[in-house]
Design a protein around this ligand. Structure first.
Ligand code: URA
Length: 434
């Protein structure tokens, strides 16, 4: 078999066989296929696509390319939750303690952010002492004892994805459904949980821009996951506006604590509760949606979920004193208030502009090796549909970089759309694919 024939076949719009896909993945891993050949095949896939059989086979061999976490000695009822990424998305940090407080096992391997703001691991690392570099043994022990653990994704799981993604990133072949689906689902399957809840976002602050594309991607990911024996679903939601009020790293951790203390932002609550409800359903703890929502309220209002979060932080070496005193979290030297130029109601807050401002303030990174400023971020004092008066504060920015302040102010002001009429509230959830 020759890689050039496989490229030719895909270039002509034909489907690849299992043997050919296996040859391709093996060749990437053993170095017998050159990067320029892989790039050519990726571009052929980009233009010619892959059907569901090919996508499933690709995913299977990406899983086979590395280690697989075996969690079966803990339970065969373990949930993994994965978000395709959004602005202000701190839901994992709420979902895990809630599930653990309910007695449901979750095991979460997560990434550092490469986009405008930090990823879940960056957010957690803003907690003094918090360790995310757990060995497989440590990770499993903690899941067993505390019902949950969260660690940085190791490169040994689905390593073919790491290699492919690096090339996709520099050849403009990221945004194509079969490649996104195989990338996401292979990592989830290699992570060992048998129930997978995907949180798929679309809109200005997501890498998928339309609900239709998000639905197509979700359908493919769910079908591939099912064919590879996972109990999987996708919750599709809008990411036109940031989630919650805090965007950054330590500011988001603070918002998580507030949520667990009962001060729940409605948009965060809607998505979190829906994901929890699906997790209950998948694990067989299914009750009606209303019963589940009441139960989650009880876990929060009784303080059990917050207690669980404290336990998780302590179990991973974190200092929990910040829960009562937020100044124990990294603090920015500059705090700057942004005021509205006009009166009215907030009609929209463009998530992408907010994310860009956040990155300029120091909360995100350009390259994997860039350092992140955990204290940098934005707090939106006004949100969708809320009234605002001219001269009133709409957002507060936190940074250590004075030079970034003016540009952030311009971006944030342009992100806010103020209208005379109060816009109606709407549901963020677009669809659930089971
Ligand atoms: N996230 C992933 O893990 N892979 C992709 O291809 C895109 C987003």
């Amino acid at each position: 078999m020759k890689i050039v024939d496989i490229i030719e076949k895909k270039k002509n719009g034909n489907s690849l066989s299992e043997e050919e896909i296996k040859f391709f993945i093996n060749g990437i891993m053993d170095g017998s296929i050159e990067d320029y050949q892989t790039s050519a095949l990726l571009m052929a896939i980009y233009f010619r696509g892959m059907n569901i059989d090919e996508t499933t086979i690709l995913t299977k061999y990406m899983v086979e390319s590395g280690e697989k976490l075996d969690l079966s000695d803990i339970s065969d009822n373990i949930v993994d939750k994965h978000s395709t990424g959004g602005v202000g998305d701190k839901i994992t940090l709420i979902f895990l303690p809630l599930m653990a407080a309910a007695g449901v096992y979750t095991a979460k391997l997560s990434g550092r952010g490469l986009g405008h703001t930090g990823g879940t691991i960056d957010k957690l690392e803003s907690i003094p002492g918090f360790r995310t570099d757990l060995s497989v043994d440590e990770f499993k022990k903690k899941v067993k004892e505390y019902k949950t653990a969260i660690a940085a994704q190791t490169l040994s799981l689905a390593p073919a994805d790491g290699k492919l993604y690096a090339l996709r990133d520099v050849t403009s072949t990221v945004d194509i459904i079969p490649l996104i689906a195989s990338s996401v689902v292979s990592k989830k399957i290699a992570s060992g949980a048998n129930h997978i809840i995907l949180d798929v976002k679309y809109g200005s602050g997501a890498f998928i821009k339309t609900a239709k594309e998000a639905q197509k991607l979700s359908e493919v990911m769910v079908e591939v996951g099912k064919r590879l024996n996972r109990n999987i679903c996708a919750v599709i939601s809008s990411m036109e506006q940031p989630l919650g009020r805090a965007i950054g790293n330590s500011v988001e951790v603070q918002e998580v604590i507030e949520f667990l203390k009962g001060n729940m932002e409605p948009d965060l609550k809607e998505i979190t509760y829906t994901l929890c409800y699906k997790a209950f359903e998948k694990t067989g703890m299914y009750k009606t949606k209303y019963e589940v929502y009441d139960y989650l309220d009880e876990l929060i209002m009784s303080g059990k979920a917050l207690e669980k979060f404290k336990e998780i932080i302590l179990s991973q070496n974190g200092d929990v004193s910040f829960i009562e005193d937020y100044t124990k979290l990294p603090q920015a030297s500059i705090k700057y208030e942004i005021k509205s130029d006009k009166s009215g109601f907030v009609k929209n807050i463009d998530a992408l502009k907010i994310a860009k401002a956040c990155k300029n303030l120091g909360a995100g990174r350009e390259k994997k090796t860039d350092l992140i400023d955990y204290s940098a971020g934005i707090y939106l004092t006004q949100k969708y549909s809320e009234p605002v008066k001219e001269g009133e504060i709409i957002a507060v920015i936190y940074t250590n970089n004075q030079e970034s302040v003016k540009e952030a102010e311009i971006l944030i002001k342009s992100a806010f759309e103020i209208s005379d009429k109060q816009p109606a509230s709407y549901s963020l959830i677009n669809k659930i694919i089971d």
